[in-house]
Design a protein around this ligand. Structure first.
Ligand SMILES: Nc1ncnc2c1ncn2[C@@H]1O[C@H](COP(=O)(O)OP(=O)(O)OP(=O)(O)O)[C@@H](O)[C@H]1O
Length: 128
């Protein structure tokens, strides 16, 4: 493979490609909009319930995990649709596996959220 020279301008351009990917995600992927909405709700809840730094780390990690898994899932779906629009058992397997990846991340994020927020909500209910 040909060695390329390191160029700051080229590295910065990579960021613009990545931001373009985010634009595509928000514009075209409806599940991603749900994740963004869930993220906003979780961040507001975190601020209101004054979660600790360690809890913020877990929450931010969970948010990043779910959104990035959704992005990889969308990329895989796009490749699959580019390969063929026909109904194929192989495409079904590929898309179902990618969707399973998102599901696992979403379940892990949900458990993290419940572990952090439920005790705080119970505490508030008991103190009233
Ligand atoms: N070409 C295909 N051949 C066979 N099964 C397919 C094909 N395309 C989609 N499927 C099946 O339909 C499911 C949903 O696929 P689709 O591409 O609509 O994704 P989605 O999860 O609905 O994503 P989005 O809502 O972002 O479009 C897949 O998981 C797969 O089981």
């Amino acid at each position: 493979m040909k060695e390329e020279k390191f160029k700051i301008s080229k590295r910065l351009k990579s960021f613009t490609y990545a931001f373009n990917g985010l634009k595509i995600l928000i514009k075209e992927e409806h599940n991603a909009r749900i994740h963004v909405l869930a993220t906003v709700c979780v961040v507001i809840l975190g601020i209101l319930l004054k979660i600790t730094i360690l809890e913020w780390i877990a929450v931010i990690f969970a948010i990043g995990l779910v959104i990035s898994s959704e992005i990889f899932n969308s990329a895989i779906e796009n490749i699959a649709d580019y390969l063929t629009k026909e109904k194929r058992e192989e495409i079904k397997r590929i898309k179902d596996l990618a969707a399973a990846g998102v599901l696992i991340c979403a379940i892990a994020a949900l458990i993290i959220g419940l572990l952090i927020f439920i005790p705080k909500i119970i505490e508030i209910c008991n103190s009233n």
